[in-house]
Design a protein around this ligand. Structure first.
Ligand SMILES: [Zn+2]
Length: 141
């Protein structure tokens, strides 16, 4: 099992990574850092400038953030370049997970150009197609 070279939450690989590589990084991350309780999902997101960030969910009964949201926050700490591709992987062999409704809305509002890997082997979908007939928060600010 191998994580990005520096085993940090972020890295720049110098190129846009293929879908399979993003899935592998998320799979390896949840295998190493998942604990089956507070952290059961890992997300990898890559920006247009090739910056890569990861995130874990943080379960809490008050409503902790999903891994997609922590990955977006980590990406924002590194670059203002827009997110281009995101994937979440669950622990215990769950594989690729589609984002929940809250994350779909956040992705649509915060990163409207991002594409979502929502199943193994499937083509990434534009976030707008993952949330049809959506409320557009940016239209009402
Ligand atoms: Zn979510």
């Amino acid at each position: 099992m191998s994580l990005p070279k520096r085993r940090r939450c972020v890295a720049t690989f110098g190129a846009m990574l293929p879908v399979d590589e993003l899935v592998r990084i998320a799979t390896d991350l949840i295998a190493v850092r998942g604990d089956g309780q507070a952290h059961s999902v890992a997300t990898v997101v890559q920006a247009a400038d090739e910056t890569v960030a990861t995130g874990l969910d943080l379960f809490h009964f008050t409503g902790g953030p999903c891994a997609e949201l922590t990955a977006l926050a980590n990406l924002a700490s590194l670059t203002s370049s827009p997110a281009r591709l995101i994937v979440a992987v669950g622990d215990h062999g769950c594989g690729v997970l589609a984002p929940c409704g809250r994350c779909r809305q956040v992705l649509l509002d915060a990163q409207p150009e991002v594409h979502v890997i929502r199943e193994m082997g499937g083509d990434p979908l534009p976030i707008a197609e993952c949330l049809p007939f959506s409320y557009r928060w940016n239209d009402h600010k």
